[in-house]
Design a protein around this ligand. Structure first.
Ligand SMILES: Nc1ncnc2c1ncn2[C@@H]1O[C@H](COP(=O)(O)OP(=O)(O)O)[C@@H](O)[C@H]1O
Ligand code: SF4
Ligand SMILES: [Mg+2]
Length: 351
């Protein structure tokens, strides 16, 4: 079979498949199950949103993909990556790679790039923005300095930084927050990655700049065809940007479907709570926005029960606090993890 035929036959495969991902951290007062059996797929060229309040495990999950969590994080499960961009087809379990080895380093930045909430973490204050973008291109894309500079300048201009020749020689502190975010995106995309992981990329920016950065990412996705894992606590951003959404609570995916389905037909009380606290979607302006009462607890030595129990208005005492919650498939592309949609203790399919 030719390579093209192999690739075509595999075209249904997701670009990335996270399977039963667990991240444990030993704390003084017990074991924290910060990520507890997470499964999701990211399709080629599509955007998956990972949404949930702060502390749910979104960043640990997304950082696990490129093995950049701190060493106290004990990680298990599989992260299967199907890359088809080179001359050969790879299927790799990223978690099986040496976290400092050559293989993951050739993927990190080149095939899978990441942008963060705070661009200062991506740039060193000691070097110019242009040099840092060029450095990344020289490591991953070309050895030719002239060409690397040309690509860096092109990318700066693509992300809407005008006067890129002058900007190239400036230091990070000479850029505004929004500009730095654009520069970080240009650095991430300068190596033409297959997957961009964006962890709360616009949280630190004001609303207008936020919208511009999102538009920019959408445009670049169209142009480069990359997939995006968009991590956010904001369902408004999910609605604008994503094809599919995974709702995360206390280390678990509690609901997952297409964006249309999640907004039209949410099932999990936590998803409904997030939707009710969204200003735009609450519909009637006079309707009071409801926030979800309580806060995300620390998942330390949690007994098998629903993690949302203490905050859930629909909880069933003796059921939801007595056993682990199984997944229920509502339809082919809609999963929920809640006892309201299953018979006690057994998995039921509502198709
Ligand atoms: N290095 C660490 N040591 C101890 N606890 C951590 C560490 N990193 C994250 N956590 C905890 O793990 C949980 C999930 O964190 P995180 O993935 O950053 O959440 P999110 O990105 O959804 O806000 C939180 O309770 C956080 O305090
Ligand atoms: S399993 Fe029970 S406590 Fe958990 S979200 Fe569903 S109804 Fe609420
Ligand atoms: Mg986070």
């Amino acid at each position: 079979m030719t390579l093209k035929a192999v690739i075509d036959s595999q075209s249904e495969l997701p670009l990335l498949s996270v399977q039963d991902l667990k991240i444990r951290i030993q704390m003084d007062n017990g074991e924290m199950r910060a990520v507890d059996g997470v499964d999701f797929d990211i399709k080629k060229g599509k955007t998956l949103g990972l949404v949930g309040e702060s502390g749910c495990g979104k960043s640990l999950t997304s950082r696990a993909i490129i093995s950049i969590n701190p060493k106290e994080c004990e990680t298990s499960g599989k992260i299967v990556y199907h890359s088809t961009s080179e001359k050969e087809l790879h299927e790799l379990n990223l978690l099986s790679l040496d976290t400092k080895g050559k293989q993951i380093r050739s993927i990190r930045g080149r095939k899978i790039a990441m942008i963060f909430q705070e661009p200062m973490t991506a740039f060193s204050p000691m070097y110019t923005i242009g040099n840092q973008i060029m450095e990344s291109i020289l490591i991953h894309r070309t050895k030719d300095k002239k060409e690397a500079k040309k690509i860096a300048l092109e990318m700066l201009s693509k992300v809407g930084i005008s006067d890129e020749v002058k900007r190239f020689d400036q230091y990070p502190h000479e850029f505004s927050g929004g500009m730095r975010q654009r520069a970080m995106i240009s650095m991430a995309l300068s190596c033409n990655p297959e997957l961009l992981i964006a962890d709360e990329p616009t949280t630190a920016l004001d609303v207008t700049i936020q919208a511009q950065v999102m538009e920019l990412m959408k445009g670049l996705q169209k142009e480069f065809g990359m997939a995006i894992l968009l991590v956010t606590h904001d369902l408004g951003i999910i609605a604008e940007m994503c094809d599919e959404v995974a709702v995360m609570y206390l280390g678990k995916i509690v609901e997952q479907s297409t964006v249309g389905e999640i907004f039209k037909n949410p099932k999990h009380p936590y998803t409904k709570g997030l939707l009710n606290s969204m200003p735009k979607l609450a519909g009637n302006r006079n309707k009071r926005l409801e926030s979800i009462e309580g806060t995300v607890p620390m998942p330390i030595d949690m007994p098998p029960m629903c993690g949302f129990y203490d905050r859930c208005k629909d909880r069933i005492e003796g059921v939801c606090n007595k056993q682990a919650v199984p997944k229920t498939r509502i339809s082919d592309n809609h999963m929920v993890r809640c006892f309201l949609y299953t018979k006690e203790g057994e998995e039921r399919t509502y198709v």
